[in-house]
Ligand binder design. Structure first.
Ligand code: PLP
Length: 456
């Protein structure tokens, strides 16, 4: 790809940037297709300062030099999230089509907050969201927008829920509003509660770690101030899907909003082998899933959808004299979340879905599930490891009987330093275990099993 010389400009302020544009495009194009380096890793700020040297200077260091610093110093000091053997936290596995279209999205520099400025892009984003709402079994009138991540999606959804309760139930309860969730809910729910100044009521989970309708009912009886219930469709630590159907019934019986956090596990909606775990999700009021986790999109991308988007519109729509002329009849993504200016961050996801088709997406999600089952089976039948719980989605928790937390930490550090596997310990029921999260169809389960031999 070359930048057409005829288009090379001489800008009155920035001069001719065509060489640096070409160099940046070349680097990006090779990064999309190259193998990732599992050894790339964080360095201290002082080491980076010494290696990079001064970069922001009155005269500028020039594009060539800035790109060299990025290529040789900065990018190697970041972790390869898309490495197939990065199974820590929740990694990422964007398709090449999605990453390439992220450049396109940037180049088009679309203001995605309002229909009048971003109509074409928003139309495509809404097509991608419609696939998600079809998987949820929601009415065609449902919809939402893309925000930066699950944290911001959860906050916007719960803000809509709280304001809807205020409208429907009247004034703020004397002791303030409350939201109910299990201790297994993601940490971002506690952050959202802080931002909204609401109390979190913790609902006990069952023996297997699920939030259930019965436990929720007991909690809601004593807490009429609860305006929303948050269920997890894939807890982050162990990939457990709460009892969504019972939770929906109980939440609605008590007049509470039901929000489902599927940031990681929501991708499982596309996989027939686990779809039954999500039964009841068709009754939820709002839902999030991060395509940057297990739906093969690059950072940063969270799909936030509402069963009744007009409730979100009445909460999030911003009014000001300079916004007076905005067409309020059209689909304005800024009405759906706590955001005004936004990049059309759903476009790379849309492009990848359009390119590959939803059948291939189904197969890709199933492939992570298959990998996790193969590895779980190997652990279950091994003589040196113990599967601590049966995986529901693609997270496998296991331990090595006889090992101390220090042993796990050392093994984890060593395999990361060798670049063979990135797997870190977590805590499960107060003891240290190892955790593997499969989201990358390029991960070979046989190789993972082989690496686990080093836990002997
Ligand atoms: C990752 C995660 C989040 C937070 O999402 P971000 O995109 O990191 O903000 C929220 N909920 C669950 C269940 C998650 O796994």
């Amino acid at each position: 790809m070359t930048v057409d010389d005829a288009l090379a400009d001489s800008h009155p302020v920035w001069g001719d940037e065509s060489a640096v544009v070409q160099a940046a495009i070349n680097w990006a194009a090779q990064r999309v297709v190259r193998h990732t380096d599992p050894l790339s890793t964080a360095r201290s700020a002082s080491a980076l300062a010494a290696a990079a040297g001064p970069t922001v200077t009155p005269e500028g260091i020039g594009g060539e030099q800035a790109l060299r610093v990025f290529r040789e110093v900065l990018e190697p000091a970041t972790r390869s999230q898309d490495d197939p053997y990065n199974l820590a936290y929740i990694a990422a596995a964007p398709t090449r089509a999605a990453v390439a279209f992220d450049f396109v999205t940037s180049a088009a520099n679309i203001f995605g907050g309002l229909w009048e400025a971003g109509a074409g892009a928003i139309h495509a984003e809404n097509d991608a969201l419609a696939w998600i709402t079809r998987l949820l079994g929601w009415p065609v009138t449902s919809g939402g927008t893309f925000v930066s991540g699950g944290t911001s999606g959860n906050l916007s959804a719960l803000m809509t829920a709280r304001e809807t309760a205020r409208t429907r139930r009247g004034a703020r309860p004397a002791g303030g509003w409350k939201l109910a969730c299990a201790a297994t809910a993601h940490s971002s729910i506690a952050s959202a509660a802080k931002a909204l100044d609401v109390e979190v009521v913790s609902v006990p989970v069952d023996a297997r770690g699920h939030l259930t309708g019965a436990a929720l009912r007991a909690t809601l009886f004593g807490n009429p101030e609860v305006f929303a219930v948050v269920a997890s469709a894939g807890t982050t630590n162990e990939g457990v899907v709460d009892d969504l159907a019972d939770i929906a019934a109980v939440a609605h019986e008590f007049g509470a909003w039901m929000h489902v956090d599927g940031a990681y596990g929501g991708a499982g909606l596309a996989a027939p082998s686990v779809r039954h775990l999500f039964d009841g999700i068709e009754q939820a009021d709002s839902f999030i899933v991060d395509p940057h986790k297990w739906l093969f999109a690059p950072y940063d991308c969270c799909a936030l959808v509402y069963r009744e988007p007009e409730l979100a519109r009445s909460v999030h729509s911003q009014h000001a004299s300079y916004l007076d002329h905005v067409d309020r009849e059209s689909w304005n993504p800024s009405d759906m979340a706590l955001q005004l200016t936004r990049r059309a961050r759903g476009l790379p996801f849309w492009f990848s879905l359009a390119t590959h088709g939803t059948d291939r997406y189904r197969d890709a999600v199933e492939s992570s599930l298959t990998s996790s089952r193969i590895v779980a089976d190997a652990i279950r039948t091994s003589d040196h490891l113990r599967l601590v719980c049966e995986p529901e989605l693609s997270i496998v928790l296991f331990d090595r009987p006889g090992w101390s937390p220090a042993d796990y930490a050392q093994w984890s550090r060593q395999t990361a330093e060798q670049g063979t596997l990135f797997c870190i310990p977590t805590t499960w029921r107060n003891h240290t275990v190892l955790r593997l999260a499969f989201v990358n169809p390029a991960t070979d389960p046989a190789r993972v099993i082989e690496i686990l031999q080093s836990l002997r």
